[in-house]
Each structure stands twice: as C-alpha cells, then as structure tokens.
Design a protein around this ligand. Sequence first.
Ligand SMILES: Nc1ncnc2c1ncn2[C@@H]1O[C@H](COP(=O)(O)OP(=O)(O)O)[C@@H](O)[C@H]1O
Ligand SMILES: [Mg+2]
Length: 228
Amino acid sequence: MVSLRGLFVTGTDTGVGKTVAAAALMHRYRSGPETTRTPIRYWKPIQTGIAQDDDTAQVRWLGACSDEEIFDRGVRLERPLSPHLAARLSGVTIHLSGITELVGAEPTALRWIVEGAGGVLVPINDSQLMVDLIVALGLPALVVSRTALGTINHTLLTLEALRARSVAVAGVLMNGEPNRENRDAIEKYGGAQVVGELPRLEPLTPEAVARVAGCIAPSDDRLSELLS
Ligand SMILES: Nc1ncnc2c1ncn2[C@@H]1O[C@H](COP(=O)(O)OP(=O)(O)O)[C@@H](O)[C@H]1O
Ligand SMILES: [Mg+2]
C-alpha cells in the first residue's frame, strides 16, 4: 500500500476515453508558472497490447508532456487482452506489491494522474481486480464514461463497485456528444458529480485537447484540491 496524491482515471469500459481524458487533465492541471506549479505526472501502471496501444506515448503527445511529466514504468504486456490473461499467456504474474514499489520512493510533492486498464472489475491476476490496484495506490477515482445510451447503467455499476471497496469518487467525466438527460441521471441516481464533458474532437490533436481541457471542472475546485 502507498498513499499517492492525485487521481486514478478509470472508466466504464475499455475504449471509453480514459487516455484522452488523462491528456486533458494534464493540460488542465498544469496551469501556473513553471517554478511554482505542483509537479503533475502521468502513469500507466499496467499496459497490455503495448505494440499497438501505448497510452503513455499517446498522453505524452496529446498532453504535450515533458519528460518529467511522464512515468513510464510498470507492467508492459504484448497481447491486447485483459491483464490477467495477457500476463498468464506471457508466463508472468502481476503482483500489486511490484507495482506499488515502483512509486513508493517518488517525491511526495508529486500529483499523479494514473490510468487504469479497462474498467474497475478487470482481473489483474488470479484473485485481484483493477479496483484492488486503486485501493493499493490510495487514490480517489475519476470515472470516464460515454455520453451515449447505455451509459447510465455502466456508470452506476462502476460507482457501486468503487464504493463497495470504499474508494473515494472524485467525479464522472463524460466523453462524447453531450447528452443532458444522461448527465442528469448519473448525478441523480449515482450521487456523483459530473465534472465535465469532453466533446468528440476531429481531428484529435494536442491543440484540440488543450482547447477542451477547460471543460473539466470549470467552476468546481474539488479536482483542483486533489491535484494541488
Ligand atoms: N473526445 C474524443 N474525441 C476524439 N476521439 C476520441 C475521443 N475520446 C476518445 N477518442 C478515441 O477513441 C479511442 C478510445 O479512446 P481512449 O482514450 O484510448 O480510451 P481508453 O483509454 O478508455 O481505452 C481512441 O482511438 C481515441 O483516440
Ligand atoms: Mg487508455
């Protein structure tokens, strides 16, 4: 167990926009003059399908990150599968202690933007799930969810799973064509705040992500508190 400061970016599914959201968070919370700003750092502790999906490289690009803002260590697996299966097929076992050890000695001044793999109940070994990693890192969770039909159920299930393990929920970030009814339903039935809506960006570039990053928590300072 460690106790990092920052956010664990999880989501209702794979492909839901966690990586784009993480890049937007880097733009959003990097504000302030370089000398006084709290150092912020992106970390992908478990990456499967590394040959085709390198979220670290994607955030480095979309988030216009410096070398210091990227922590590129962790479990890196070839096959584009759930971590438990990608690991088993590579003949390795993912141990939470091996992951927490990587960051245990890092400066306490850092604020972390950690990205999970898949959703919260994705297995990482024979007995543990992604949510156990969230607990082991001691971070509050930001849930990235789609705006489209189906999102209410997926988002509420994710919130329940987090709360069942006493993970603090920092909020929900919705990704896609804005849908007011779905947003309202998530806040009403999920008891969580929607901290922003990321529109579909075409083309998806660092400049476009920087432009919409201000949509995240524009008036609320809950996330700012966690990241400052
Ligand atoms: N707001 C967006 N605008 C344009 N493309 C997006 C947006 N959000 C996600 N995508 C694209 O959708 C795919 C999945 O997004 P990604 O952030 O990688 O999801 P996850 O990290 O949850 O697997 C990627 O190809 C990404 O570029
Ligand atoms: Mg990703």
